[in-house]
Every structure is written in structure tokens, then in C-alpha cells.
Design a binder for this molecule. Structure first.
Ligand code: SF4
Length: 425
């Protein structure tokens, strides 16, 4: 059973009298466990829906509707699947104390992998989950492969019972499931020859492996430094050389680069980012793969949509890693918006200087960096630094930040969303 949380006005759910708190019990006699059941079991023109209203009344509806008309009921989020691994590089171990409880949950959930592109290891799947992935054709799935050698993968995941990932992928691929995959590169463990074998195995898989990203392991002050370390410049350069050879082969044989280095890998390698064409369709941009080239493309495509910001002073807040790359984005943005831009690189006062991503900037660090900046007309903040409840990682809310900063703030993911036509009014 799952509960309704919201009903769209005038929708089928509204006409049926569903309301927040209505319990959705079954569809065609099959019990509902989570949003996936609701989404997939109701994806028919005709079905029987069994519900219980908040006052206890149970009702069965025979639904007939065109597929183009959505049901219009949002349901409660799924209870997150916990992770069965204990990776030495786990971000959760690298968190300081005193943050929101939810941040300490190690999630590893195939449902979120399908729905939101969260990477999952597939090590906690039960037979019923596998059957469900196949029945609902949950594709593409985002999978943390790390290494295809089962022994090395178990070592990386600190999980002696982790199944053979290639066998798992094969079973799903036979049923038409596709995968975006990642390798979090832990130096001395899954780089070098191990990475070569992993790439060879994934490439040999053919079409079902849509892409592979290589992300250097990232640690905080609080991580298990006695057990894992970050890669050196030379180790990152080696990885870039390796992936470039595979990219060239994939481009020649399959017409797409297939394997991608995270921006962070090039930064740590002290190498220039590859050209836009090297990122395919930017399928893994949410994983920090091609963020700069993606922003440049968006600015170019949306150049005509920017409002008239001529002469306005706009501060652009980011973290230290993007801070090194942002000048490549600021120049075309300045040209498109005609604003005078100032990059404001904020050090992470919560995690320490090792953590440089904009998405993990605490509100308090941003507030300190922006104190007294009444000389600006507007400040743009990284949209990914806020969660769905508009909270920064340190629990400060967007409203609390706005109350202490003397100029208007806008959260932005690609600049066009914040500077589009009419925004200057
Ligand atoms: S798979 Fe590893 S990194 Fe991911 S949540 Fe589990 S322990 Fe942490």
C-alpha cells in the first residue's frame, strides 16, 4: 500500500475523489509497494484500482482512460534501500558530524537509479527486484561498476558477497535493459591494468553499455585516509591517456566517444578539457562529466534569450574546482548577457579545502563570502547546492541566506534559467 500525497486539480484522480492520505492498495489485484508500481501498473487504458480513503472507506474503481491522460496523483517517496557495501571512499564516511540525519544514509537503490540517474551497485538486489527491473524494463540503469574483476570489485566495495557485475548486467541486457556506468578510480586498486580490463569488458558488451565515466576518487578531511588516497597528477594523466585510446576506438567503430572523463579528472591531471564533441549527448553531465562544455553549449544556444543586463554587475558563486574552469564559461556568458561578471570562489568551510564541488557548498560559507557585497546588482548561486527543500548541506535555508546578503540572489543550473528574457525587469 502507498499513500497519495498530492492530487492535481481536474485530473482523473481528482474526479475519483482521491486526496492526500488516500491509500492505494492494489491495481488489478496486485498490491502496490512504491511509486514504481503506481507508475507502471496504471500505465494501461483499463484497470481496476482498489483504494482506502482516510475515513476507512474502501472503494474499487474500474478505470478507463486514454493513455495520454495522466492519473494526476503523486504518491509518497519510496523508503530508500540501504547500501550493502562499505567502500573506503564512501562519501558518507567523509561527512562531518551534526548534519541532517538523512545525509548519513548510504543509499543504493535501483529505483532511484532508474528514476533520477543515481548510481547504484546492484549488490543489494533480491530476486524479486531483478524480476521487477525486467518486468518494468527499468532502463537505462545507472550502475557503479568500478571494476569488472569480481575480486577487485568486492575489495573496493568491501563486500565479500557482491555478485559478479558482468553476469548481472548480462542477465538484464538479455531483456533489453541498457546501462550508463561509472568507474570511481581508486589509485593502486582499479586504475592502470585493472581499468584497462574493465573498459575492455564493458566495451565487449556492446550496445547495452551506453557509456562509461571515469571519476577520480574524492575525499574529505574526514575520510579514511589510512585506507584510500586521491590519485596523483600522473595517475590522472595515465587514466586520461587510457580513456582517450578507447574513445578513439569507439568513435571509429561505433560513432560515439562512449567513455568519458569527469571534469575533475582533467583538472587533477592538469590537462585542458576535451572539445564538446568528446562528450556525446552529455548523458552523464549530472556526474560532473562535461559540465563546462555543457554550460558553454547552453550559453551559445540560449544567447538570444538573455535579458538586457547591460552594465549590471553580477556575482557568480562557485566552488574551488569549478572556479578554475569557470573563466571558460564566464567569457561567453558576459558576451551573451552584456553584464559585468565577477567570479566568487567560495572555500568549503564545512568539509575543508579538499572538497571543492559547488554542490557541497554550505550556506554559512557562502554567507561569509558575500558579506558586505552590496556593490553587486545580482548574485547567481549554484542550483545544485540546494536540496528539494531549499536547504544547503549545512541546513541553512535559501531564505536564511537571502536575509543576510544585501543583494538579490538567484539559483541557477545553466545561467539561462536565471538570466533569461525579462529577468532584468
Ligand atoms: S556503494 Fe560505497 S560509496 Fe556508495 S553508498 Fe555504498 S558504501 Fe558508500
Amino acid at each position: 500500500m502507498i499513500k497519495v500525497t498530492q492530487v492535481a486539480s481536474g485530473s482523473i484522480a481528482d474526479e475519483l475523489g482521491l486526496k492526500p492520505g488516500t491509500e492505494l492498495i492494489s491495481v488489478n489485484g496486485r498490491e502496490l509497494d512504491d511509486f514504481l508500481d503506481w507508475q507502471f501498473l496504471t500505465a494501461d487504458e483499463e484497470f481496476t484500482l482498489h483504494i482506502r480513503q482516510p475515513d476507512g472507506e474502501e472503494i474499487e474503481y474500474e478505470i478507463e482512460r486514454p493513455l495520454t491522460e495522466p492519473m494526476g496523483a503523486a504518491v509518497e517517496p519510496a523508503r530508500i534501500r540501504r547500501c550493502a557495501n562499505r567502500c573506503d571512499f564512501c562519501f558518507v564516511d567523509g561527512l562531518p558530524e551534526g548534519l541532517r540525519d538523512v545525509l548519513y544514509i548510504r543509499d543504493d537503490d535501483y529505483r532511484l537509479s532508474f528514476q533520477y540517474g543515481n548510481f547504484a551497485t546492484l549488490t543489494n538486489l533480491k530476486p524479486a527486484d531483478e524480476a521487477r527491473i525486467i518486468e518494468y524494463r527499468l532502463s537505462p540503469l545507472y550502475v557503479s561498476v568500478h571494476a569488472t574483476d569480481p575480486v577487485i570489485r568486492r575489495w573496493l566495495l568491501r563486500n565479500p558477497t557482491a555478485p559478479d557485475i558482468l553476469e548481472q548486467l548480462r542477465r538484464f541486457a538479455e531483456h533489453g535493459i541498457r546501462f550508463q556506468t561509472q568507474i570511481v578510480m581508486s589509485p593502486g586498486v582499479n586504475d592502470g591494468r585493472v581499468m584497462e580490463q574493465t573498459l575492455a569488458d564493458l566495451y565487449a558488451f556492446g550496445g547495452p553499455i551506453l557509456g562509461v565515466s571515469i571519476v577520480p576518487v574524492g575525499l574529505t578531511e574526514f575520510s579514511k585516509h589510512s585506507r584510500v588516497r586521491e590519485p596523483t597528477t600522473e595517475e590522472c594523466r595515465t587514466a586520461v591517456r587510457q580513456l582517450t585510446v578507447w574513445q578513439e576506438r569507439a568513435l571509429a567503430e561505433r560513432g560515439a566517444p562512449w567513455v568519458y572523463g569527469a571534469d575533475e579528472l582533467y583538472l587533477r591531471a592538469d590537462l585542458a578539457l576535451p572539445a564538446e564533441a568528446s562528450y556525446g549527448d552529455f548523458e552523464q553531465v549530472e556526474n560532473g562529466v562535461g559540465s563546462v562544455r555543457f554550460l558553454q553549449r547552453r550559453i551559445r544556444e540560449d544567447a538570444g534569450l538573455f535579458g538586457d543586463w547591460a552594465g549590471r554587475r553580477i556575482g557568480v558563486v562557485t566552488g574551488a574546482s569549478m572556479g578554475r574552469l569557470m573563466p571558460q564559461v564566464m567569457a561567453p556568458l558576459e558576451e551573451a548577457s552584456r553584464a559585468r561578471l565577477e567570479l566568487i570562489v567560495v572555500p568549503n568551510g564545512l568539509f575543508g579545502p579538499r572538497v571543492t564541488t559547488a554542490g557541497l557548498l554550505p550556506g554559512k560559507s557562502i554567507a561569509e563570502a558575500l558579506a558586505g557585497r552590496s556593490d553587486l546588482d545580482l548574485i547567481l548561486l549554484p542550483g545544485e547546492s540546494l536540496n528539494d527543500d531549499h536547504l544547503f548541506i549545512d541546513n541553512m535555508s535559501a531564505d536564511e541566506l537571502a536575509a543576510v546578503v544585501p543583494v538579490p540572489l538567484r539559483f541557477s543550473k545553466d545561467f539561462s534559467d536565471a538570466l533569461e528574457t525579462g529577468a532584468a525587469a
